[in-house]
Design a binder for this molecule. Sequence first.
Ligand code: ADP
Length: 269
Amino acid sequence: MSPDPSEPALAAHEDAPLRARVERLNFFYADGTQALRGIDMPIPDRQITAMIGPSGCGKSTLLRCFNRMHDLYPGNRYEGRISLFPEGHNLVGAEMDPVMVRLRIGMVFQKPNPFPKSIYENVAAGLRVRGIRNRAVIDAAVEQALRRAALWDEVKDRLTRSAYDLSGGQQQRLCIARALAPNPEILLLDEPTSALDPIATARIEDLVQELGREITILIVTHNMQQAARISSRTAFMYLGELIEFGPTERLFTNPTHPKTEQYITGRYG
Ligand code: ADP
């Protein structure tokens, strides 16, 4: 039997506890486009995994499978599994309620997208969806989420002001706080700094690294330096396939697949 090319990468991380595992995942958009092809990928627990690859390779599509964003549009279809551990529930299974999945798997988008509400209400929103009504409990959770997002000191005296009064970088940290408030098991970041200036970007990168110690993070980035700086594992995708997965440092310095090497040396993408 010929060896599976993805096996060495998987074997190297057998000792790392997994938070999730993508298994033979295919994804089809409603128009029939197959955007993901047989993805197998371990998601190590409480580490930062970066997804890189040229535009259109399927990074965002894969990220959005984890919290069932694709279910917001009719006709999109998954095949295969994303097992969430320890229970092993299949996140893309028909039996899983997408609303429940989104409470367990938080997401932050490219452009900061706070609700047109106060700073406080933005963070409280996810808790209210969870059915939490007790004001003291919500107050404490809002403060904790804002502290984890490194925003508390800047906003604690103006929690009732509109989220739109904040700078772009602060708004993005607010969106991170909003995603963290329900205590998700995985945090998905879809190019979270692409709309920000270099200083705001550096703050978010520091924050993401800090959060990566306590929560499992998946980040899509077109910025290879960013992937190299903040992630411990990197997945390189091409035309809907996972070409290579491994420790970030190894993947950037000693890629095993020629396509990975071509991409990281800037020969396409
Ligand atoms: P990336 O995030 O790597 O730039 P995407 O996941 O956005 O790539 O896209 C992967 C593929 O899926 C591309 O070929 C893209 O054109 C296609 N695609 C993305 N969104 C849709 C959609 N809503 N309907 C049909 N095809 C789509």
